[in-house]
Design a binder for this molecule. Structure first.
Ligand code: ACM
Ligand code: ZN
Length: 625
Protein backbone atom coordinates (compact mmCIF):
# COMPACT_ATOMS: atom_id res chain seq x y z
CA UNK A 1 0.00 0.00 0.00
CA UNK A 2 2.74 2.38 1.04
CA UNK A 3 4.68 1.49 -2.07
CA UNK A 4 1.65 2.15 -4.31
CA UNK A 5 1.09 5.60 -2.79
CA UNK A 6 4.73 6.53 -3.15
CA UNK A 7 4.78 5.29 -6.73
CA UNK A 8 1.58 7.13 -7.56
CA UNK A 9 2.87 10.34 -6.05
CA UNK A 10 6.02 10.04 -8.11
CA UNK A 11 4.18 9.21 -11.31
CA UNK A 12 1.77 12.07 -10.96
CA UNK A 13 4.37 14.30 -9.32
CA UNK A 14 1.59 16.09 -7.46
CA UNK A 15 2.66 17.73 -4.24
CA UNK A 16 1.50 15.30 -1.62
CA UNK A 17 1.74 16.38 1.98
CA UNK A 18 5.09 14.63 2.13
CA UNK A 19 6.37 16.72 -0.80
CA UNK A 20 8.97 19.17 0.35
CA UNK A 21 8.62 21.33 -2.76
CA UNK A 22 5.39 23.24 -3.27
CA UNK A 23 5.53 25.52 -6.26
CA UNK A 24 3.09 27.79 -8.07
CA UNK A 25 2.85 27.56 -11.00
CA UNK A 26 3.48 23.81 -11.05
CA UNK A 27 6.48 23.05 -13.31
CA UNK A 28 6.36 20.80 -16.36
CA UNK A 29 8.64 18.23 -14.72
CA UNK A 30 9.62 18.12 -11.06
CA UNK A 31 11.56 15.25 -9.57
CA UNK A 32 12.15 15.52 -5.86
CA UNK A 33 15.38 13.96 -4.62
CA UNK A 34 16.78 13.14 -1.21
CA UNK A 35 19.14 15.52 0.53
CA UNK A 36 19.54 19.27 0.65
CA UNK A 37 21.75 22.03 -0.60
CA UNK A 38 22.66 24.13 2.41
CA UNK A 39 22.50 27.83 1.64
CA UNK A 40 24.97 29.59 3.90
CA UNK A 41 27.51 32.40 3.89
CA UNK A 42 30.07 30.31 1.99
CA UNK A 43 27.83 29.93 -1.07
CA UNK A 44 28.95 31.77 -4.21
CA UNK A 45 27.03 32.91 -7.24
CA UNK A 46 28.62 32.13 -10.59
CA UNK A 47 27.47 33.39 -13.98
CA UNK A 48 28.33 31.50 -17.14
CA UNK A 49 27.65 33.44 -20.31
CA UNK A 50 28.18 37.11 -21.04
CA UNK A 51 24.99 39.13 -20.90
CA UNK A 52 24.43 42.58 -19.51
CA UNK A 53 20.84 41.98 -18.50
CA UNK A 54 21.73 38.68 -16.85
CA UNK A 55 24.17 40.55 -14.60
CA UNK A 56 21.32 42.80 -13.44
CA UNK A 57 19.10 39.77 -12.98
CA UNK A 58 21.78 38.09 -10.87
CA UNK A 59 21.89 41.19 -8.70
CA UNK A 60 18.09 41.11 -8.40
CA UNK A 61 18.36 37.48 -7.24
CA UNK A 62 21.10 38.28 -4.73
CA UNK A 63 18.92 41.05 -3.28
CA UNK A 64 15.87 38.79 -3.03
CA UNK A 65 17.85 36.04 -1.37
CA UNK A 66 19.34 38.53 1.05
CA UNK A 67 15.90 39.90 1.95
CA UNK A 68 14.65 36.36 2.60
CA UNK A 69 17.62 34.90 4.45
CA UNK A 70 19.97 37.69 5.50
CA UNK A 71 22.70 35.87 3.56
CA UNK A 72 24.70 37.96 1.13
CA UNK A 73 26.01 35.61 -1.54
CA UNK A 74 29.11 36.79 -3.39
CA UNK A 75 30.33 36.38 -6.94
CA UNK A 76 32.42 33.22 -7.03
CA UNK A 77 34.77 31.27 -9.28
CA UNK A 78 33.64 28.81 -11.84
CA UNK A 79 33.98 25.24 -10.61
CA UNK A 80 34.33 26.07 -6.92
CA UNK A 81 32.12 23.91 -4.67
CA UNK A 82 28.97 25.30 -3.04
CA UNK A 83 28.03 27.37 -6.03
CA UNK A 84 24.79 28.56 -7.42
CA UNK A 85 25.55 28.63 -11.13
CA UNK A 86 23.48 30.59 -13.62
CA UNK A 87 24.22 29.42 -17.13
CA UNK A 88 23.08 31.03 -20.32
CA UNK A 89 23.26 28.18 -22.82
CA UNK A 90 25.44 28.67 -25.85
CA UNK A 91 23.78 25.74 -27.62
CA UNK A 92 20.05 26.35 -27.79
CA UNK A 93 17.98 23.81 -25.82
CA UNK A 94 14.91 23.60 -28.03
CA UNK A 95 12.78 21.77 -25.48
CA UNK A 96 12.61 24.69 -23.02
CA UNK A 97 12.07 27.50 -25.54
CA UNK A 98 12.54 31.21 -24.90
CA UNK A 99 11.22 31.36 -21.35
CA UNK A 100 11.97 27.87 -20.01
CA UNK A 101 14.78 26.69 -17.74
CA UNK A 102 16.27 23.62 -16.13
CA UNK A 103 17.11 23.68 -12.45
CA UNK A 104 19.22 21.10 -10.70
CA UNK A 105 19.64 21.22 -6.93
CA UNK A 106 22.16 18.72 -5.52
CA UNK A 107 23.90 18.56 -2.15
CA UNK A 108 26.97 20.16 -3.70
CA UNK A 109 25.51 22.88 -5.89
CA UNK A 110 22.65 24.50 -7.74
CA UNK A 111 22.69 24.74 -11.52
CA UNK A 112 20.17 26.89 -13.37
CA UNK A 113 20.29 26.82 -17.17
CA UNK A 114 18.25 28.62 -19.83
CA UNK A 115 18.46 29.84 -23.40
CA UNK A 116 17.67 33.41 -22.37
CA UNK A 117 18.03 35.68 -19.33
CA UNK A 118 14.21 35.53 -19.04
CA UNK A 119 14.43 31.76 -18.63
CA UNK A 120 17.04 32.21 -15.89
CA UNK A 121 14.72 34.74 -14.22
CA UNK A 122 11.81 32.25 -14.17
CA UNK A 123 14.12 29.56 -12.81
CA UNK A 124 15.05 32.00 -10.03
CA UNK A 125 11.37 32.41 -9.12
CA UNK A 126 11.14 28.64 -8.73
CA UNK A 127 14.34 28.49 -6.69
CA UNK A 128 13.19 31.29 -4.37
CA UNK A 129 9.99 29.36 -3.63
CA UNK A 130 12.22 26.43 -2.56
CA UNK A 131 14.12 28.50 0.02
CA UNK A 132 12.52 27.94 3.44
CA UNK A 133 11.05 30.96 5.16
CA UNK A 134 13.29 32.29 7.89
CA UNK A 135 10.92 31.47 10.75
CA UNK A 136 9.88 27.98 9.75
CA UNK A 137 13.12 26.15 10.60
CA UNK A 138 14.68 26.78 13.97
CA UNK A 139 18.15 25.19 13.66
CA UNK A 140 20.57 27.83 12.38
CA UNK A 141 22.82 25.29 10.66
CA UNK A 142 20.08 23.80 8.49
CA UNK A 143 17.82 26.82 8.40
CA UNK A 144 18.17 27.41 4.69
CA UNK A 145 18.26 23.86 3.41
CA UNK A 146 17.01 23.80 -0.18
CA UNK A 147 15.61 20.37 -1.08
CA UNK A 148 17.39 18.53 -3.88
CA UNK A 149 15.45 18.24 -7.13
CA UNK A 150 15.60 18.16 -10.90
CA UNK A 151 13.21 20.53 -12.66
CA UNK A 152 12.51 21.15 -16.35
CA UNK A 153 10.02 23.90 -16.97
CA UNK A 154 8.59 26.16 -19.67
CA UNK A 155 5.30 28.03 -20.12
CA UNK A 156 2.18 26.87 -21.93
CA UNK A 157 1.45 30.42 -23.16
CA UNK A 158 3.67 33.34 -24.11
CA UNK A 159 1.12 35.95 -22.94
CA UNK A 160 0.55 35.73 -19.18
CA UNK A 161 -0.90 39.00 -18.01
CA UNK A 162 -2.55 41.00 -15.31
CA UNK A 163 -4.48 44.18 -16.04
CA UNK A 164 -4.73 47.08 -13.61
CA UNK A 165 -7.26 49.87 -14.08
CA UNK A 166 -5.64 53.08 -12.83
CA UNK A 167 -8.45 55.33 -14.07
CA UNK A 168 -11.32 54.51 -11.72
CA UNK A 169 -8.87 54.86 -8.88
CA UNK A 170 -5.35 56.16 -9.30
CA UNK A 171 -2.35 54.10 -8.19
CA UNK A 172 1.08 55.69 -7.94
CA UNK A 173 4.07 54.62 -10.00
CA UNK A 174 5.56 53.05 -6.86
CA UNK A 175 2.40 51.00 -6.41
CA UNK A 176 2.51 49.95 -10.05
CA UNK A 177 6.12 48.83 -9.59
CA UNK A 178 5.10 46.86 -6.53
CA UNK A 179 2.33 45.20 -8.57
CA UNK A 180 4.93 44.20 -11.15
CA UNK A 181 7.18 42.82 -8.38
CA UNK A 182 4.34 40.66 -7.10
CA UNK A 183 3.39 39.45 -10.60
CA UNK A 184 6.82 38.21 -11.54
CA UNK A 185 7.07 35.91 -8.52
CA UNK A 186 4.48 33.80 -10.33
CA UNK A 187 6.02 34.14 -13.80
CA UNK A 188 3.61 36.68 -15.30
CA UNK A 189 5.21 38.56 -18.18
CA UNK A 190 2.61 41.12 -19.32
CA UNK A 191 1.27 44.13 -17.45
CA UNK A 192 -1.81 45.60 -19.12
CA UNK A 193 -2.03 49.22 -17.99
CA UNK A 194 -5.60 50.54 -18.38
CA UNK A 195 -4.52 54.18 -18.52
CA UNK A 196 -7.66 56.04 -19.54
CA UNK A 197 -11.36 55.81 -18.85
CA UNK A 198 -14.34 57.97 -17.88
CA UNK A 199 -12.94 58.52 -14.42
CA UNK A 200 -9.47 59.81 -15.16
CA UNK A 201 -6.86 60.30 -17.88
CA UNK A 202 -3.59 59.02 -16.43
CA UNK A 203 -0.86 59.48 -19.05
CA UNK A 204 0.86 62.74 -19.91
CA UNK A 205 0.53 63.59 -23.60
CA UNK A 206 2.92 66.47 -24.16
CA UNK A 207 1.17 67.81 -27.25
CA UNK A 208 -2.22 67.76 -25.47
CA UNK A 209 -1.59 69.02 -21.92
CA UNK A 210 -5.31 69.54 -21.20
CA UNK A 211 -5.80 65.78 -21.14
CA UNK A 212 -4.08 65.58 -17.77
CA UNK A 213 -4.67 69.16 -16.61
CA UNK A 214 -8.43 68.62 -16.85
CA UNK A 215 -8.96 64.91 -17.44
CA UNK A 216 -6.91 63.55 -14.53
CA UNK A 217 -8.95 65.15 -11.73
CA UNK A 218 -12.39 64.58 -10.32
CA UNK A 219 -14.56 65.27 -7.33
CA UNK A 220 -13.99 63.04 -4.34
CA UNK A 221 -16.57 60.42 -3.33
CA UNK A 222 -16.17 57.55 -0.87
CA UNK A 223 -18.51 54.60 -0.49
CA UNK A 224 -20.39 52.47 -3.00
CA UNK A 225 -19.35 53.15 -6.61
CA UNK A 226 -22.28 53.83 -8.94
CA UNK A 227 -24.44 55.41 -6.25
CA UNK A 228 -22.53 58.68 -5.87
CA UNK A 229 -23.94 62.15 -6.38
CA UNK A 230 -22.80 63.55 -9.72
CA UNK A 231 -20.21 66.36 -9.65
CA UNK A 232 -21.73 69.74 -8.86
CA UNK A 233 -20.78 72.71 -11.07
CA UNK A 234 -17.82 74.49 -9.52
CA UNK A 235 -17.10 71.65 -7.07
CA UNK A 236 -13.40 71.14 -6.30
CA UNK A 237 -11.68 68.24 -8.11
CA UNK A 238 -9.00 67.04 -5.67
CA UNK A 239 -9.01 63.32 -6.54
CA UNK A 240 -6.74 61.93 -9.23
CA UNK A 241 -3.24 61.97 -10.62
CA UNK A 242 -1.32 60.94 -13.69
CA UNK A 243 2.04 59.61 -14.80
CA UNK A 244 4.48 61.93 -16.51
CA UNK A 245 6.30 60.50 -19.49
CA UNK A 246 9.40 60.28 -17.29
CA UNK A 247 7.38 58.21 -14.77
CA UNK A 248 6.23 55.94 -17.57
CA UNK A 249 9.76 55.45 -18.89
CA UNK A 250 10.87 54.58 -15.36
CA UNK A 251 8.11 51.98 -14.97
CA UNK A 252 8.83 50.53 -18.44
CA UNK A 253 12.49 50.10 -17.56
CA UNK A 254 11.58 48.62 -14.18
CA UNK A 255 9.28 46.15 -15.91
CA UNK A 256 11.88 45.31 -18.58
CA UNK A 257 14.43 44.48 -15.90
CA UNK A 258 11.86 41.94 -14.68
CA UNK A 259 11.04 40.61 -18.19
CA UNK A 260 7.60 42.19 -18.15
CA UNK A 261 6.12 43.80 -21.25
CA UNK A 262 3.70 46.64 -20.65
CA UNK A 263 0.56 46.78 -22.78
CA UNK A 264 -0.77 50.36 -22.72
CA UNK A 265 -4.50 50.84 -23.18
CA UNK A 266 -6.12 54.05 -24.36
CA UNK A 267 -9.82 53.22 -24.28
CA UNK A 268 -11.70 54.69 -27.30
CA UNK A 269 -14.23 55.48 -28.73
CA UNK A 270 -16.32 54.74 -25.58
CA UNK A 271 -15.10 55.15 -21.99
CA UNK A 272 -13.67 58.47 -23.19
CA UNK A 273 -15.27 60.97 -20.80
CA UNK A 274 -11.95 62.17 -19.39
CA UNK A 275 -10.79 63.02 -22.92
CA UNK A 276 -14.10 64.72 -23.71
CA UNK A 277 -13.84 66.77 -20.51
CA UNK A 278 -10.57 68.15 -21.86
CA UNK A 279 -11.85 68.55 -25.45
CA UNK A 280 -15.67 68.86 -25.47
CA UNK A 281 -15.78 69.28 -29.24
CA UNK A 282 -14.82 65.59 -29.61
CA UNK A 283 -18.23 64.25 -28.57
CA UNK A 284 -21.44 64.33 -30.57
CA UNK A 285 -23.18 66.79 -28.22
CA UNK A 286 -20.06 68.93 -27.62
CA UNK A 287 -21.25 69.61 -24.07
CA UNK A 288 -18.85 70.40 -21.24
CA UNK A 289 -18.80 67.66 -18.59
CA UNK A 290 -16.79 66.95 -15.49
CA UNK A 291 -14.74 63.78 -14.95
CA UNK A 292 -17.00 61.01 -13.60
CA UNK A 293 -16.67 60.12 -9.90
CA UNK A 294 -18.67 56.87 -10.20
CA UNK A 295 -22.09 58.48 -10.22
CA UNK A 296 -25.24 56.75 -11.36
CA UNK A 297 -25.58 58.81 -14.56
CA UNK A 298 -22.84 57.13 -16.57
CA UNK A 299 -25.12 55.80 -19.31
CA UNK A 300 -26.59 59.25 -19.86
CA UNK A 301 -23.14 60.78 -20.05
CA UNK A 302 -21.93 61.40 -23.51
CA UNK A 303 -18.64 59.50 -23.06
CA UNK A 304 -18.19 58.47 -26.68
CA UNK A 305 -16.10 60.14 -29.38
CA UNK A 306 -17.98 61.55 -32.39
CA UNK A 307 -16.90 59.31 -35.25
CA UNK A 308 -18.19 61.83 -37.77
CA UNK A 309 -15.79 64.47 -36.52
CA UNK A 310 -12.40 64.40 -38.29
CA UNK A 311 -10.71 66.21 -35.42
CA UNK A 312 -10.91 63.06 -33.27
CA UNK A 313 -8.32 61.52 -35.59
CA UNK A 314 -6.04 64.56 -35.29
CA UNK A 315 -6.20 64.24 -31.50
CA UNK A 316 -5.89 60.46 -31.50
CA UNK A 317 -2.91 60.64 -33.84
CA UNK A 318 -1.14 62.90 -31.37
CA UNK A 319 -2.01 60.57 -28.46
CA UNK A 320 -0.95 57.38 -30.22
CA UNK A 321 2.22 58.94 -31.67
CA UNK A 322 3.40 59.63 -28.13
CA UNK A 323 2.14 56.31 -26.74
CA UNK A 324 3.86 54.42 -29.59
CA UNK A 325 7.11 56.26 -28.97
CA UNK A 326 7.03 55.55 -25.23
CA UNK A 327 6.12 51.86 -25.08
CA UNK A 328 8.35 49.24 -26.74
CA UNK A 329 5.51 46.68 -26.89
CA UNK A 330 4.49 45.90 -30.49
CA UNK A 331 0.84 45.97 -29.31
CA UNK A 332 -1.27 48.94 -28.29
CA UNK A 333 -4.73 48.32 -26.79
CA UNK A 334 -7.37 50.71 -28.13
CA UNK A 335 -10.22 49.53 -25.89
CA UNK A 336 -13.30 49.48 -28.11
CA UNK A 337 -15.60 48.15 -25.38
CA UNK A 338 -19.08 49.24 -24.37
CA UNK A 339 -19.32 52.25 -26.69
CA UNK A 340 -22.84 53.63 -26.24
CA UNK A 341 -24.09 54.25 -29.76
CA UNK A 342 -27.25 56.27 -29.05
CA UNK A 343 -25.60 59.63 -29.72
CA UNK A 344 -24.15 58.44 -33.04
CA UNK A 345 -27.63 57.52 -34.27
CA UNK A 346 -28.83 61.10 -33.79
CA UNK A 347 -25.67 63.04 -34.64
CA UNK A 348 -25.64 64.76 -38.09
CA UNK A 349 -21.85 64.30 -38.44
CA UNK A 350 -22.02 60.60 -37.55
CA UNK A 351 -24.96 60.11 -39.94
CA UNK A 352 -23.00 61.83 -42.70
CA UNK A 353 -20.02 59.55 -42.04
CA UNK A 354 -22.26 56.50 -42.35
CA UNK A 355 -23.58 57.80 -45.66
CA UNK A 356 -20.26 58.71 -47.24
CA UNK A 357 -18.60 55.48 -46.08
CA UNK A 358 -21.65 53.33 -47.00
CA UNK A 359 -22.05 51.99 -43.45
CA UNK A 360 -25.39 50.39 -42.82
CA UNK A 361 -25.55 50.88 -39.05
CA UNK A 362 -23.72 52.17 -35.98
CA UNK A 363 -21.93 48.82 -35.57
CA UNK A 364 -20.35 49.29 -38.97
CA UNK A 365 -19.54 52.85 -37.92
CA UNK A 366 -17.61 51.52 -34.92
CA UNK A 367 -15.90 48.93 -37.12
CA UNK A 368 -14.92 51.69 -39.59
CA UNK A 369 -13.40 53.61 -36.69
CA UNK A 370 -11.42 50.58 -35.45
CA UNK A 371 -10.12 49.84 -38.96
CA UNK A 372 -8.95 53.44 -39.25
CA UNK A 373 -7.28 53.13 -35.85
CA UNK A 374 -5.54 49.98 -37.03
CA UNK A 375 -4.12 51.84 -40.04
CA UNK A 376 -2.98 54.61 -37.71
CA UNK A 377 -1.20 52.11 -35.43
CA UNK A 378 0.33 50.15 -38.30
CA UNK A 379 1.80 53.42 -39.62
CA UNK A 380 3.57 53.66 -36.26
CA UNK A 381 4.71 50.01 -36.45
CA UNK A 382 2.23 48.90 -33.81
CA UNK A 383 -0.37 46.16 -33.80
CA UNK A 384 -3.91 46.79 -32.63
CA UNK A 385 -5.53 44.82 -29.85
CA UNK A 386 -9.04 45.59 -28.60
CA UNK A 387 -11.91 44.21 -26.50
CA UNK A 388 -14.19 41.76 -28.31
CA UNK A 389 -16.70 44.46 -29.36
CA UNK A 390 -14.26 45.22 -32.17
CA UNK A 391 -15.71 42.14 -33.87
CA UNK A 392 -19.06 43.90 -34.28
CA UNK A 393 -19.60 45.34 -37.74
CA UNK A 394 -16.49 43.51 -39.02
CA UNK A 395 -13.02 42.89 -37.54
CA UNK A 396 -10.04 45.00 -38.64
CA UNK A 397 -7.74 42.92 -40.89
CA UNK A 398 -4.85 42.31 -38.48
CA UNK A 399 -6.51 42.95 -35.12
CA UNK A 400 -5.95 40.82 -32.03
CA UNK A 401 -9.03 40.30 -29.88
CA UNK A 402 -9.16 40.38 -26.10
CA UNK A 403 -12.21 38.27 -25.32
CA UNK A 404 -13.98 39.48 -22.16
CA UNK A 405 -17.74 38.88 -22.59
CA UNK A 406 -17.08 35.17 -22.20
CA UNK A 407 -15.06 33.01 -24.60
CA UNK A 408 -17.27 33.47 -27.68
CA UNK A 409 -15.53 36.57 -29.06
CA UNK A 410 -12.23 34.71 -28.81
CA UNK A 411 -13.66 31.64 -30.51
CA UNK A 412 -15.07 33.71 -33.37
CA UNK A 413 -11.82 35.62 -33.85
CA UNK A 414 -9.64 32.48 -33.68
CA UNK A 415 -11.84 30.81 -36.30
CA UNK A 416 -11.16 33.86 -38.50
CA UNK A 417 -7.43 33.16 -37.96
CA UNK A 418 -6.95 36.16 -35.67
CA UNK A 419 -4.91 36.09 -32.53
CA UNK A 420 -6.75 36.10 -29.23
CA UNK A 421 -5.99 36.90 -25.60
CA UNK A 422 -8.53 35.25 -23.32
CA UNK A 423 -9.98 37.25 -20.43
CA UNK A 424 -13.56 35.89 -19.97
CA UNK A 425 -15.11 37.95 -17.17
CA UNK A 426 -16.63 35.08 -15.21
CA UNK A 427 -13.26 33.34 -14.82
CA UNK A 428 -10.66 36.11 -14.72
CA UNK A 429 -12.29 39.39 -13.61
CA UNK A 430 -10.53 40.18 -10.37
CA UNK A 431 -13.04 42.88 -9.41
CA UNK A 432 -15.78 40.28 -8.78
CA UNK A 433 -16.72 38.70 -5.47
CA UNK A 434 -14.41 35.83 -4.62
CA UNK A 435 -16.80 34.23 -2.15
CA UNK A 436 -20.12 34.79 -0.40
CA UNK A 437 -21.01 38.47 -0.80
CA UNK A 438 -22.05 38.73 2.85
CA UNK A 439 -18.40 38.16 3.80
CA UNK A 440 -16.78 40.40 1.16
CA UNK A 441 -16.46 44.13 0.47
CA UNK A 442 -19.30 45.15 -1.87
CA UNK A 443 -18.82 44.57 -5.58
CA UNK A 444 -20.77 42.56 -8.18
CA UNK A 445 -20.82 39.13 -9.86
CA UNK A 446 -18.90 36.09 -8.71
CA UNK A 447 -15.54 34.62 -9.64
CA UNK A 448 -14.36 32.09 -7.09
CA UNK A 449 -10.80 30.85 -6.81
CA UNK A 450 -11.95 27.51 -8.24
CA UNK A 451 -13.63 29.28 -11.19
CA UNK A 452 -10.28 30.84 -12.09
CA UNK A 453 -8.40 27.61 -11.46
CA UNK A 454 -10.67 25.35 -13.47
CA UNK A 455 -10.99 27.50 -16.56
CA UNK A 456 -9.07 26.74 -19.70
CA UNK A 457 -8.16 29.50 -22.19
CA UNK A 458 -8.33 27.15 -25.18
CA UNK A 459 -11.94 26.26 -26.02
CA UNK A 460 -12.75 22.97 -27.73
CA UNK A 461 -12.40 23.00 -31.51
CA UNK A 462 -10.19 26.07 -31.52
CA UNK A 463 -6.63 25.90 -32.80
CA UNK A 464 -4.43 26.61 -29.78
CA UNK A 465 -1.93 28.48 -31.96
CA UNK A 466 -4.32 31.46 -32.17
CA UNK A 467 -4.64 31.74 -28.38
CA UNK A 468 -1.69 33.84 -27.30
CA UNK A 469 -2.61 33.37 -23.64
CA UNK A 470 -4.67 35.22 -21.10
CA UNK A 471 -4.86 37.60 -18.22
CA UNK A 472 -6.55 38.42 -14.96
CA UNK A 473 -8.21 41.85 -15.15
CA UNK A 474 -8.61 44.13 -12.16
CA UNK A 475 -11.13 46.96 -12.66
CA UNK A 476 -10.95 49.35 -9.76
CA UNK A 477 -14.37 50.98 -9.39
CA UNK A 478 -14.62 49.44 -5.91
CA UNK A 479 -10.88 49.27 -5.26
CA UNK A 480 -9.73 52.49 -3.58
CA UNK A 481 -6.39 51.43 -2.14
CA UNK A 482 -3.37 49.35 -3.09
CA UNK A 483 -4.02 47.01 -0.15
CA UNK A 484 -7.36 46.22 -1.71
CA UNK A 485 -5.70 45.79 -5.12
CA UNK A 486 -3.66 43.02 -3.49
CA UNK A 487 -6.69 41.48 -1.78
CA UNK A 488 -8.56 41.25 -5.08
CA UNK A 489 -5.53 40.02 -7.04
CA UNK A 490 -4.34 37.23 -4.76
CA UNK A 491 -4.90 34.30 -4.65
CA UNK A 492 -6.99 34.26 -7.85
CA UNK A 493 -3.93 35.33 -9.81
CA UNK A 494 -2.03 32.40 -8.32
CA UNK A 495 -4.66 30.14 -9.87
CA UNK A 496 -4.41 32.01 -13.18
CA UNK A 497 -0.61 31.90 -13.10
CA UNK A 498 -0.91 28.13 -13.16
CA UNK A 499 -3.60 28.18 -15.87
CA UNK A 500 -1.34 30.22 -18.15
CA UNK A 501 2.03 28.62 -17.33
CA UNK A 502 1.55 24.95 -16.41
CA UNK A 503 0.60 22.04 -18.67
CA UNK A 504 -3.14 21.42 -18.63
CA UNK A 505 -2.47 17.79 -17.65
CA UNK A 506 -1.01 18.99 -14.34
CA UNK A 507 -4.17 20.83 -13.27
CA UNK A 508 -5.38 19.41 -9.95
CA UNK A 509 -7.47 21.49 -7.52
CA UNK A 510 -6.66 19.64 -4.28
CA UNK A 511 -3.00 19.64 -5.11
CA UNK A 512 -3.17 23.35 -5.95
CA UNK A 513 -4.73 24.11 -2.55
CA UNK A 514 -1.97 22.13 -0.85
CA UNK A 515 0.63 24.22 -2.66
CA UNK A 516 -1.36 27.43 -2.18
CA UNK A 517 -1.27 26.97 1.56
CA UNK A 518 2.52 26.88 1.32
CA UNK A 519 2.41 30.22 -0.54
CA UNK A 520 0.25 32.04 2.02
CA UNK A 521 3.04 32.36 4.64
CA UNK A 522 5.31 33.64 1.85
CA UNK A 523 2.78 36.32 0.95
CA UNK A 524 2.45 37.13 4.67
CA UNK A 525 6.23 37.45 4.98
CA UNK A 526 6.30 39.73 1.93
CA UNK A 527 3.47 41.90 3.31
CA UNK A 528 1.10 41.04 0.47
CA UNK A 529 -2.58 41.04 1.32
CA UNK A 530 -4.66 38.20 -0.09
CA UNK A 531 -8.17 36.80 0.26
CA UNK A 532 -8.93 33.65 2.24
CA UNK A 533 -12.45 33.55 0.80
CA UNK A 534 -12.02 30.00 -0.51
CA UNK A 535 -12.23 28.84 3.11
CA UNK A 536 -15.70 30.37 3.50
CA UNK A 537 -18.85 28.32 3.31
CA UNK A 538 -21.09 28.52 0.25
CA UNK A 539 -24.83 28.61 0.95
CA UNK A 540 -26.88 27.40 -2.01
CA UNK A 541 -30.67 27.85 -1.97
CA UNK A 542 -33.12 25.48 -3.63
CA UNK A 543 -36.82 24.68 -3.40
CA UNK A 544 -38.12 21.23 -2.52
CA UNK A 545 -41.17 19.59 -4.14
CA UNK A 546 -43.47 21.33 -1.66
CA UNK A 547 -42.02 24.70 -2.62
CA UNK A 548 -40.19 25.08 0.66
CA UNK A 549 -36.83 26.85 0.77
CA UNK A 550 -33.83 24.60 1.43
CA UNK A 551 -30.23 25.61 1.88
CA UNK A 552 -27.18 23.45 1.19
CA UNK A 553 -23.75 24.26 2.55
CA UNK A 554 -20.49 23.43 0.77
CA UNK A 555 -16.91 24.66 0.65
CA UNK A 556 -14.47 25.12 -2.23
CA UNK A 557 -11.63 23.68 -0.18
CA UNK A 558 -12.31 20.09 0.79
CA UNK A 559 -12.22 18.68 4.30
CA UNK A 560 -13.59 21.67 6.22
CA UNK A 561 -16.26 21.39 8.92
CA UNK A 562 -19.21 23.74 8.58
CA UNK A 563 -21.11 24.77 11.71
CA UNK A 564 -24.38 26.67 11.57
CA UNK A 565 -27.11 28.30 13.64
CA UNK A 566 -30.59 29.59 12.88
CA UNK A 567 -30.93 31.48 16.18
CA UNK A 568 -28.70 34.48 15.34
CA UNK A 569 -25.90 33.37 17.71
CA UNK A 570 -22.32 32.69 16.62
CA UNK A 571 -21.70 29.07 15.59
CA UNK A 572 -18.60 27.14 16.72
CA UNK A 573 -17.71 23.43 16.99
CA UNK A 574 -20.23 23.00 19.84
CA UNK A 575 -23.06 23.83 17.41
CA UNK A 576 -24.53 21.45 14.82
CA UNK A 577 -22.07 20.40 12.13
CA UNK A 578 -23.50 20.41 8.62
CA UNK A 579 -23.93 16.79 7.50
CA UNK A 580 -24.47 17.26 3.77
CA UNK A 581 -28.29 17.20 3.84
CA UNK A 582 -30.14 20.36 2.70
CA UNK A 583 -31.44 22.34 5.70
CA UNK A 584 -34.90 23.77 6.31
CA UNK A 585 -35.39 27.07 8.12
CA UNK A 586 -37.08 26.39 11.48
CA UNK A 587 -40.30 28.33 12.06
CA UNK A 588 -39.50 31.93 12.88
CA UNK A 589 -35.84 31.75 11.78
CA UNK A 590 -34.90 34.80 9.71
CA UNK A 591 -31.30 33.93 8.88
CA UNK A 592 -28.68 31.22 8.83
CA UNK A 593 -25.24 31.92 10.29
CA UNK A 594 -22.33 29.73 9.16
CA UNK A 595 -18.63 29.32 9.83
CA UNK A 596 -15.93 26.83 8.79
CA UNK A 597 -13.30 25.03 10.85
CA UNK A 598 -10.45 22.67 10.12
CA UNK A 599 -9.03 20.45 12.85
CA UNK A 600 -10.88 22.50 15.46
CA UNK A 601 -9.47 25.82 14.21
CA UNK A 602 -11.61 28.48 12.55
CA UNK A 603 -10.46 28.93 8.94
CA UNK A 604 -13.38 30.67 7.24
CA UNK A 605 -15.21 33.85 8.06
CA UNK A 606 -18.48 33.73 9.90
CA UNK A 607 -21.36 35.27 7.99
CA UNK A 608 -25.13 35.35 8.08
CA UNK A 609 -27.60 35.28 5.19
CA UNK A 610 -31.20 36.30 5.55
CA UNK A 611 -33.89 33.89 4.43
CA UNK A 612 -35.33 36.59 2.19
CA UNK A 613 -31.93 37.07 0.52
CA UNK A 614 -31.82 33.36 -0.31
CA UNK A 615 -35.38 33.58 -1.68
CA UNK A 616 -34.29 36.56 -3.79
CA UNK A 617 -31.30 34.69 -5.19
CA UNK A 618 -33.60 31.86 -6.24
CA UNK A 619 -35.84 34.27 -8.10
CA UNK A 620 -33.02 36.24 -9.73
CA UNK A 621 -31.74 33.27 -11.67
CA UNK A 622 -28.26 34.80 -11.66
CA UNK A 623 -26.98 34.25 -8.20
CA UNK A 624 -24.29 35.71 -6.09
CA UNK A 625 -23.41 32.70 -3.98
C1 ACM B 1 -14.73 45.54 -20.13
O1 ACM B 1 -14.83 44.87 -19.09
N1 ACM B 1 -15.54 46.55 -20.35
C2 ACM B 1 -13.70 45.25 -21.10
ZN1 ZN C 1 -21.26 62.27 -33.81
Amino acid sequence: MLFTCALLAQLCSFATDSSRIKLIPEPVMLKELQGNFNLNKQVNLVIRGEDKQLKGTAQWFTNQLNAMTGIDIKAGDLGAPNNITLELLTTHNKSIGEEGYTLSVTTSGIHLQANTPAGIFYGMQTLLQMVPLRDTVKSTATRFNIPCAEITDYPRFGWRGLMLDVSRHFFTKEEVKRYIDEMVNYKYNTFHWHLTDDNGWRIEIKSLPELTQKGAWRVERVGRWGTFAPPQPGEAVPYGGFYTQEDIKEVIQYAQERYVTILPEIDVPGHSLSMIVAYPNLSCTQLQYMVGPGDSLRKKNDNVLCIGNDSIFTVLDKVFTEVAALFPNKYIHIGGDEAYKGFWEKCPKCKRRMQTEHLKDVHELQSWFVKRMEKMLLSKNKKLIGWDEILEGGLAPEATVMSWRGMQGGITAARMNHHVVMTPWDFVYLDLYQGEAAAEPPTYGMCRLSDSYNYDPVPDNVDEKYILGGQGNLWTESVNTFRHVQYMTWPRSLALAEVYWSPKSKRNWDDFINRLEAQFPRLDAAGVKYARSAYNAIATPARDKKGELKVSLTTEIKGLDIYYTFDNSDPDPFYPRYNGQPLTFPKGAAQITVVTYRNGKQVGEQFAIKKEELEKRLLQGRHIY
